[in-house]
Design a binder for this molecule. Sequence first.
Ligand code: ATP
Ligand code: MG
Length: 391
Amino acid sequence: MNALIFQRLSSLQSPVFSCRRVIIDSILVDKPKGVRIFMKKIILTGDRPTGRLHIGHYVGSLSERVKLQNTGAFDEIYFMIADAQALTDNADNPEKVRQNIMQVALDYLAVGIDPSKATIFIQSQVPALAELTVYYMNLVTVSRVQRNPTVKAEIQQKNFEASVPVGFFCYPISQAADITAFHATSVPVGEDQEPMLEQCREIVHKFNEVYGETLTMPEIYLSKNAARLRLPGLDGKAKMSKSLGNCIYLADDEKTVQQKVMSMYTDPTHLKVSDPGHIEGNTVFTYLDAFIKPDSFEKYWPEYKNLDELKAHYQRGGLGDVKIKKFLNKVLQEELRPIRERRAYWEERLPEVYEILKEGSAKAAAKAQQTLDEVKASMRIDYFTNDNLLK
Ligand code: ATP
Ligand code: MG
């Protein structure tokens, strides 16, 4: 089947500049002349190897990926360890990035990413991504990147001010290359990535408009649970983030998790147990919203039927933070225990993990090269294919 037809059709499916919060429901789409053909469903997403992964990654993206992976509804799945992107703000510390590649791979396998169903690869080992980035750069203005709220916030957070590296500034464009190189239709990420997807969709639209239909229009895939979109840090800061050191890591042992939970930010006005407490901005409750399971109360705190009852009691007063933290700790430990066990299993098998990364990177490189060839053909810079320069 002709890949270009898929892409043309997918770009017709939705308004160009809006990011729908859904995945494409059907793999059947209408061809303009009324003939129905199959459109491939492809996932691409990734993480920067700037540290081990944490429970923010887990709720925002990893657990959703594993769910999608196990539906069997996708034709191809790619998970990228974004070392080239990590270097854009860690150029002076490549060793940190190098060390964390294996850590991220272990976290992937620990949460249940299955290399027989998904391709795990390392970004820098896929050279076509850098080349695509160069061509896409011509389709984006400096002021457009400057308006990207995530880039703005990160420049401030990293104290870059006037010294922002060009590579860092352009990372949304390189991210568009990552997504489009695999003709991804679904990108499961946390909410901070929404502006990146928006930017990517604009690049796809522009490219297809200027050079002819070539690239596939991706859709963002966000968790339906609001607390999972942007999990706050232990300190109550806007986002749990490796770079801010306010994290519970997937690799933390049981005792460390417990200590971190007991030290969490709650409601600064809730001084005595009898004081009425606030739920909004109270990190302990946000984590409960993100992690609670239908049977959690029955198992660990049968005095309450559900989270609404617990919240109401806290708001009335008479409920201490320590009790809630102990409950949260039990809920979290239940979720993290199997992840920890799988991590220990793979830590004993590093040569196998190495092979998974090597094979995945080779597979990804071949796929991205195909897309680069299509892109160059559309731009008519495939000079030496079939003597094109002579035509
Ligand atoms: P860095 O500080 O190096 O940028 P990070 O912690 O922000 O690291 P990334 O590798 O940038 O992590 O993000 C990987 C994925 O995890 C993205 O899809 C991002 O949206 C998601 N994610 C990261 N932090 C959170 C969070 N606190 N809540 C929900 N999703 C998150
Ligand atoms: Mg980030």
